[in-house]
Design a protein around this ligand. Structure first.
Ligand SMILES: NC(=O)c1ccc[n+]([C@@H]2O[C@H](COP(=O)([O-])OP(=O)(O)OC[C@H]3O[C@@H](n4cnc5c(N)ncnc54)[C@H](OP(=O)(O)O)[C@@H]3O)[C@@H](O)[C@H]2O)c1
Length: 274
């Protein structure tokens, strides 16, 4: 029976007495690996959370929409894993830190972080709104860095751990209409290699992977184009990737033996030309 905790209280980062007791009790009985998935309320993040639960991971999931997060947590009810779901706006560092403190209090260790949360706004370089650019940079780049730093802090020194960034094909080539979004994913590509080099220099066994999908049918296109019709057009042009295809890739990457580090996995729908 899945033990679900939905937390919307985003108060102090200090662990309270109850949560410390909870942590000790849980860490004594828990033998399962623990994974964090950001952006788990929809699309790729949701599919990854569901797949990792099926693989036997206890899960900490976050996003802003509490009803969606609750629905995802409920969907994991039969998986016999523990789920901590917390409402987090990744633009706010204090909320991110509160979430990682909750994970630390619950499990006191971490095996995998999947940075899936992200968004695109169709806001060109020539005319785009600064606040839309800032949101993309805050979530796709800065929050990914903060989550990664906090995850490494929770991964036991000398123990295996894995960071997975959901990047994009747009981090490998610049589409005509990608604007700042593509730049954020080029940043993720650079940050992946930066972290790999830091980890190797530090003698850490933690592995780092970027997964770079082409078109995936999620809520992404509707938000990007601000149009349901445009999103339907995007996903109807040929058989596009499904969120489960990306979840399969994450499971594949995490299942590799310790001496194999997949650094970038690029997936396109077979018929996607560019
Ligand atoms: N779909 C594609 O074609 C495609 C292709 C390549 C790469 N990607 C990448 O895949 C990742 C997932 O996107 P998706 O396709 O699954 O789109 P999606 O269905 O729109 O999911 C985006 C997720 O990010 C979360 N999120 C956005 N802003 C947030 C914030 N400020 N705080 C917390 N969570 C936030 C959303 O949750 P809330 O709204 O509930 O906060 C949602 O769970 C993104 O990094 C995207 O760049 C997508």
């Amino acid at each position: 029976m899945t033990n679900i905790t939905i937390s919307q209280s985003l108060g102090s980062n200090e662990p309270n007495e109850d949560s410390q007791k909870d942590s000790q009790a849980t860490s004594q009985k828990n033998q399962r690996p623990v994974a964090i998935v950001t952006g788990a309320s929809s699309g790729i993040g949701r599919a990854i959370a569901q797949r990792l639960a099926a693989e036997g991971y206890d899960l900490a999931i976050c996003a802003r929409r509490s009803d969606r997060l609750q629905a995802v947590a409920e969907s994991l009810r039969d998986r016999n894993v523990e789920v901590l779901a917390q409402v987090v706006d990744l633009r706010d560092e204090a909320q991110i830190l509160s979430f990682f403190t909750a994970v630390e209090n619950r499990w006191n260790h971490l095996d995998a972080l999947v940075n899936s949360a992200g968004l695109g706004h169709k806001e060109p370089m020539m005319t785009g709104r600064t606040e839309a650019w800032r949101e993309m940079l805050d979530v796709n780049v800065l929050a990914l860095c903060i989550c990664t730093r906090e995850a490494i802090r929770l991964m036991e020194p000398g123990a295996q751990g894995h960071i997975v960034h959901i990047s994009s094909l747009s981090g490998h080539r610049v589409p005509a209409i990608a604007g700042i979004y593509s730049a954020t994913k080029f940043a993720v590509r650079s940050l992946t290699e930066t972290l790999r080099r830091e980890l190797r220099a530090a003698g850490s066994p933690i592995r780092i992977t970027a997964i770079s999908p082409g078109i995936v049918e999620t809520e992404f296109a509707e938000k990007y184009h601000q149009s349901t019709a445009k999103a339907e057009e995007t996903y109807a042009q040929f058989p596009v990737l499904q969120a489960e295809d990306i979840a399969n890739a994450v499971a594949y990457v995490l299942a590799q033996p310790p001496h194999v580090e997949i650094n970038d996995l690029l997936l396109r729908p077979t018929q996607q030309e560019s």
